[in-house]
Write a protein that binds this ligand. Structure first.
Ligand SMILES: [Zn+2]
Ligand SMILES: [Zn+2]
Length: 330
């Protein structure tokens, strides 16, 4: 991803991939609220940054590749599901690309894909081999997926391909729990290397499918977090001074004080506030409520911020404050 270079100024921090349990989805009817950014001296920037209206949706499913470097078509792959309900993991080896995307369209227009059978029907069983695992609730037990040796498949041909090496479907095991979530299933498209195509193993796409028929491409947020093993070895002095310059421009260099707080989600600028803002398009999630207004460019990668949204809605925060203070307004 190439984020490494620009991260060095954060003395005791590193960017980590954190897959959030919920995903934020633009409200379908949502209007964007334009916001003009100002710095502390009230100097007006010309650029307008749109604040996105988002809706929080709880995702019962999670799926990660345990050790991507060791995965191959011939040796198999270890997957770690992480689900908050009992779920079924169905893996389709050599799944037809065209049929998969048509199946997602069917989910929108024809019938919802909430069970393995529904996907099976939607893709007309166009895959090479299928295996199924039961996933216990809140149990990150590794599942090993492997083509049987008698399938005699060593590769999925040269690119462009008509088959994905592996498509993993997560669905809720208990139909009663299906009504509890907006998200009814998750489709993960995984590339696994073979002798014809050695691109390293990775998740290509992850789609969450909603009960109302939409589906969304799940994106990971790059969240700043404390790193207790300080490492400055890779940073060049030039990079550090640029970063310092950036902080000085924002009038915040003084707050470059090292802190050792338990909170692993504190802001990369003031190093104190709770990280709450996702910057788009880079998806760095590194600023608190107080600092977000100082930045037109992401402090981690320098990309211009086109849009942003908060993880914890301000209104909700206010509501909670009111609740805890016992003042009810209606
Ligand atoms: Zn801050
Ligand atoms: Zn960024």
């Amino acid at each position: 991803m190439g984020h490494g270079r620009s991260l060095q100024w954060m003395t005791r921090r590193r960017a980590v991939l954190i897959k959030v349990r919920w995903c934020a989805i633009s409200k379908w009817f949502g209007l964007e609220v334009p916001v003009i950014l100002r710095n502390s001296e009230e100097i007006e920037f010309n650029t307008r940054v749109s604040k996105k209206e988002m809706k929080q949706v709880k995702n019962p499913f999670g799926l990660a590749i345990t050790n991507p470097a060791s995965a191959s078509v011939t040796n198999g792959i270890a997957l770690t599901p992480d689900c908050i309900e009992e779920s079924i993991l169905t893996c389709y080896w050599g799944c037809d690309v065209q049929e998969l995307y048509e199946a997602l369209q069917k989910h929108v227009y024809v019938s919802r894909i909430s069970t393995p059978q529904a996907l099976e029907d939607a893709i007309y069983s166009k895959y090479v081999y299928r295996e199924q695992h039961f996933v216990k609730k809140n149990n990150k037990e590794e599942k090993y997926c492997q083509l049987p040796s008698d399938a005699k498949i060593e590769d999925f041909g040269i690119v462009p391909r008509s088959q994905y090496p592996l498509v993993a479907l997560l669905t809720l095991a208990d139909e009663d729990s299906q009504g509890l979530y907006d998200i009814i299933s998750m489709v993960t498209v995984i590339h696994i290397p073979d002798k014809k195509y050695k691109l390293s193993c990775r998740i290509l796409y992850q789609y969450v499918l909603l009960a109302q028929g939409q589906f969304h491409d799940l994106k990971q947020l790059f969240m700043s977090a404390n790193n207790n093993t300080p490492s400055l070895s890779n940073s060049s002095p030039g990079e550090q001074s640029t970063d310092r310059h950036l902080l000085e421009k924002a009038g915040l260099a003084e707050s470059e004080v090292e802190q050792y707080e338990e909170n692993s989600k504190d802001c990369v600028v003031c190093q104190n506030g709770k990280v709450n803002w996702v910057l788009l398009p880079c998806r760095h999630t590194c600023l608190c409520d107080g600092c977000v207004k100082y930045f037109q460019q992401c402090p981690m990668c320098r990309q211009f911020v086109h849009e942003y949204f908060s993880l914890c809605n301000q209104k909700e925060q206010d509501k909670e404050t009111q609740k805890s203070e016992g003042t009810v307004t209606s």
